[in-house]
Design a protein around this ligand. Structure first.
Ligand code: SAM
Length: 270
């Protein structure tokens, strides 16, 4: 089973370090949620997951799918494990969920789409916990707080829709076969199931961070009236010189609301 050649185009770096696999299992919350795994690969993590709970897995690689079907035949027959062939991003589709009731996403993600997967999972109403291995750089972005140099639109979104977001363990390249070129980390995001951000707000954040080292006011004045912005900054007691990474996540919601209110006001009085 292990002499299969890893396919670069599918981001295949198989996790072989037992202590890291154990740490992932240990960090799983105790709850009744189903487990969804993206990219079970050769099944090393899957073997441990199915011992704990029922698992649904999505695998894009046809060869691995066939191997996994044979390897987990008993668990598939008993209904403990279900494997679906296909690109998980397509499966998500428009407003679709990866599972029809509450689930936790536990996975060693393919790095080329890791950011996209986390964003989709944050949007998925049925997903409650995200415990995933990603590039360390990506984990830093999703766990950053205001003031950290890594605080970006991803950090703002995560803070607004989650109760916690923290790095569980950092993992060196040698823990994988073949080893990736970068350091990795497992991140645990526990979502606040009552909170969501919409696409318009995400577009607004993109503008806020369009030039991350410039002043926030400067970035926003690309699209909005400067006087309106200066008034909003004064009202919220924000320095006009503040940089995007220095602003608390909750303040982004306030600025956004104030801009919408201010624009409505301007159009209705014109
Ligand atoms: N879970 C295994 C492990 O820990 O060793 C493999 C992890 S490997 C980093 C990423 C896995 O994701 C591979 O099995 C790969 O084929 C799969 N994959 C890549 N792109 C995918 C996609 N779009 N949808 C579903 N699975 C994908």
């Amino acid at each position: 089973m292990t002499n299969i050649k890893a396919k670069k185009r599918f981001g295949q770096n198989f996790l072989k370090d037992e202590s890291v696999l154990f740490k992932i299992i240990e960090s799983m919350p105790i709850n009744d949620n189903h487990i969804v795994e993206i990219g079970p690969g050769l099944g090393d993590l899957t073997k441990k997951l199915v011992k704990c709970k029922d698992v649904t897995a999505y695998e894009v690689d046809r060869d691995l799918y066939a191997i996994l079907q044979a390897e987990f035949i008993k668990e598939i027959d008993s209904g403990r494990f279900k494997i679906l062939l296909g690109d998980v991003i397509e499966r998500w589709g428009d407003n679709q969920s990866l599972y029809n009731s509450k689930y936790d996403l536990i996975a060693n993600l393919p790095y080329y789409i890791a950011t996209n997967i986390i964003l989709k999972a944050l949007d998925d109403d049925n997903c409650e916990n995200i415990i995933v291995m990603v590039q360390k750089e990506v984990a830093n972005k999703f766990s950053a707080s205001a003031g950290d140099k890594d605080f970006s639109a991803l950090g703002v979104i995560t803070k607004l829709v989650s109760k916690k977001s923290e790095i569980v363990i950092t993992v060196p390249p040698e823990s994988f076969s073949p080893p990736p070129k970068v350091d990795s980390a497992v991140i645990h995001i526990k979502k606040d199931m009552d909170k969501k951000v919409d696409d318009e707000f995400k577009k607004f954040l993109k503008l806020c961070f369009c030039q991350p080292r410039k002043k926030l006011l400067k970035n926003l004045s690309n699209d909005y009236d400067k006087t309106l912005l200066e008034n909003i900054f004064d009202e919220l007691e924000l320095k006009q010189t503040i940089r995007p990474h220095e602003v608390e996540a909750s303040l982004y919601s306030h600025i956004y609301k104030e801009i919408q209110n201010g624009r409505k006001h301007t159009t209705s009085t014109n």
